[in-house]
Design a protein around this ligand. Sequence first.
Ligand code: KIV
Ligand code: ZN
Length: 387
Amino acid sequence: MAEKVQIFDTTLRDGEQVPGCKLNLPEKLDIARALEELGVDVIEAGFPISSPGDFESVTQISKLIKNATVCALSRSVQKDIDAAAGALKYAKRPRIHTGIGASDFHIIHKFNSTRDEIVERAIWATKHAKKYVEDVEFFCEDAGRSDPEFLARLVEAVIKAGATVVNIPDTTGYCLPEQYGRLIKHLVDNVPNIHKATISAHCHNDLGLATANSISAVANGARQIECTINGIGERAGNTSLEEVVMVMRQHKELGVYTDIQTQQLYPLSRLVSEKMRMIVQPNKAIVGSNAFAHSSGIHQDGVIKCRENYEIINPADVGVSESSIVLTARSGRAALRYRLQMLGYPVEKFDLNHLYEQFIEIADREKEVQNAHLQQMMSDLALSAVA
Ligand code: KIV
Ligand code: ZN
């Protein structure tokens, strides 16, 4: 039987760290509401210690959200955890997300510490967070570059201290899919109490591998993915929510499912793009403006005959009204006929080759041939026929 993968959305925390993407409170509430409607399991609402504004946003989101878990970030520091707990006071399902660096880079060059001390701090932080909430997620920062043996020791210790979710971030976006999957499998195979917690994948996109790495984690036992709408986030971004959700939906052989209402993916992508004033690249998978647009003659002909010839996703399934046939100088007769028919012209009464010649003249002048161009073309033809 298929197993559920929890979708942990961090658009409002890791996503909002993008320079220039800062949101005000009403904008955050709009996005949080839309995320709940989308069906995400967890909303990471912010990092309450970072500013009074962030504390207030987490408080208000906690009051607003009814079904999803609301999560607040903290370092393994008392004042952070206390602030996270304070901001989550009204949450129906509160989760504190605490953690510390797990790679030697972070242990030595960030914390000037030792592995033993890090384990002690991690145990302390988990137990402290547990005093406030039952649901504690522990992040092992830079796990992607950590020593797997040490990571397993750290994970075992925090689960013993009460962590319900263990987050294994590829903080720097360094790992290859096979490598990240192997790291997750190493934990499944070597942490004796791993069955008491959910393993979470948190990937960054520095090498463009965040989606592939997250899916590899799922294939190896992770049951939560941390992601953002449009893949926004630090540097090259986080795992894109719409991509991982659609990969799991399209590939049933993975044996997993999510509760995401996929028809809301495109509208939510637009909402986040608009509120964060961050455009979505046209060729972005699933939600880019070209994701269901066909412009070459061969593809257009194929799609007109049968959509599945060139589309693996029905656009309606992600909230895009329909595929589009873009008319350019690369388009063929089939696309021209299709568009003219859509505009109501009795194409069969014309010589298609002649129409096509006229069309190509326009297409060589214009980047894209619009309906208005075709309407002008048809009325010019009608006039010349009369004359
Ligand atoms: O990338 C990362 O390691 C993080 C943690 C704070 C979870 O965002
Ligand atoms: Zn991150």
